[in-house]
Design a protein around this ligand. Structure first.
Ligand code: HEC
Length: 292
């Protein structure tokens, strides 16, 4: 009779020997073919190959144990049942059906509570097999064929794409920042800016920009710098320590550009009860030129 037990337990060793020599041969062949050094090739394939080897060996050993390790050759309930599924199930879980419980009853009896010598529950065993299958997929996908990106690579790639998209948007004018922003004087945009101002800014800067808690926005004096670029920057990032919040998360760059342009358009309107000037002088033409 063929000694399957011996074969299964010796197979891993044979596989390891075979694959180790295969790696060596492969390395030499490729090195000559592509002009790469043996070390380079070896480093590339080494970890992948070792990982596959370990996995293969583990799977073989697990299968070996499952098949021969426990209860081999015993007359079992499942073997008695003729159904193929029954046999597969028994092979995978070795569980004892309820009607055969008597066979695995232990001698212990604690006030009528009896103990069964059960194996690990089937659901646990199936999870275990599932994890083995998943491991194979994972290893092949991420470490052998490199078809899946590891976290760090994925992150870098997404960042690159985002940077490219951002550069594209900035170039096309859809997205403006404090460096690229220009003053807009189009009446439609200024109206939009006025709406944004009315909805968000009047509480602190007054309905006409004369200033309340916040400073006067209609004079030529600016604490954080005048001109469209500085004003855009102040609105975008705010001056949180002084009570001016950052609007970056609530307004998009186009909206900030519109409200900043509206603020610039308020220059010299001199509303009643305006606050005293604060900050440094910027001429009206500085604002229009968008000085920094
Ligand atoms: C919660 C009150 C508050 C709200 C709301 C507010 N601001 Fe301000 N803002 C301030 C304060 C306070 C300052 C002064 C910051 C400083 O001293 O540096 C300020 C400063 C500014 C400045 C710079 C003024 C300068 O002299 O440098 C601009 C421009 C500005 N706000 C625009 C806006 C716009 C536009 C909105 C609406 C989208 C807005 N603010 C909403 C309180 C507010």
């Amino acid at each position: 009779m063929v000694n399957w037990k011996k074969i299964v337990f010796n197979a891993p060793i044979a596989v390891v020997c075979f694959l180790l020599s295969a790696v060596n041969l492969f390395a030499q062949a490729s090195a000559t073919a592509q002009g790469q050094t043996e070390t380079e090739i070896f480093n590339e394939t080494y970890y992948d190959t070792v990982a596959i080897l370990i996995l293969g060996v583990v799977v073989l050993i697990v299968v070996g144990f499952l098949y021969f390790g426990q209860g081999a050759g015993e007359e079992t309930p499942e073997k008695a049942t003729a159904s193929v599924w029954g046999k597969i199930k028994y092979f995978l879980t070795r569980s004892t059906p309820i009607e055969k419980e008597k066979d695995i009853m232990l001698d212990h009896d604690y006030d009528g509570i009896k103990e069964l010598d059960n194996r690990i529950p089937p659901w646990w065993t199936y999870l275990f097999y599932g994890s083995i299958i998943f491991t194979i997929y994972y290893l092949l996908n991420y470490h052998v064929f490199n078809s899946g990106l590891l976290q760090a690579e994925e992150y870098n790639q997404e960042m690159q794409v985002a940077l490219m998209q951002r550069a594209e948007l900035e170039k096309s004018g859809v997205l403006v920042n404090e460096e690229t922003v220009t003053l807009l004087t189009d009446a439609g945009i200024l109206n939009e800016g006025k709406d944004i101002y009315t909805a968000n800014c009047v509480a602190c800067h007054g309905p006409l920009g004369g200033g309340l808690v916040g400073p006067n926005l209609t004079d030529n004096y600016w604490i954080n710098g005048g001109g469209i670029k500085n004003i855009f920057k102040t609105i975008k990032f705010g001056v949180p320590a002084k009570g001016m919040i950052s609007w970056e998360t609530q307004l998009n760059s186009k909206q900030i550009q519109a409200v900043a342009s509206y603020v610039v358009s308020l220059n010299g309107t001199n509303p009643p009860a305006a606050k005293q000037p604060e900050g440094n002088f910027y001429s009206a033409s500085d604002s229009l030129k968008g000085v920094n």
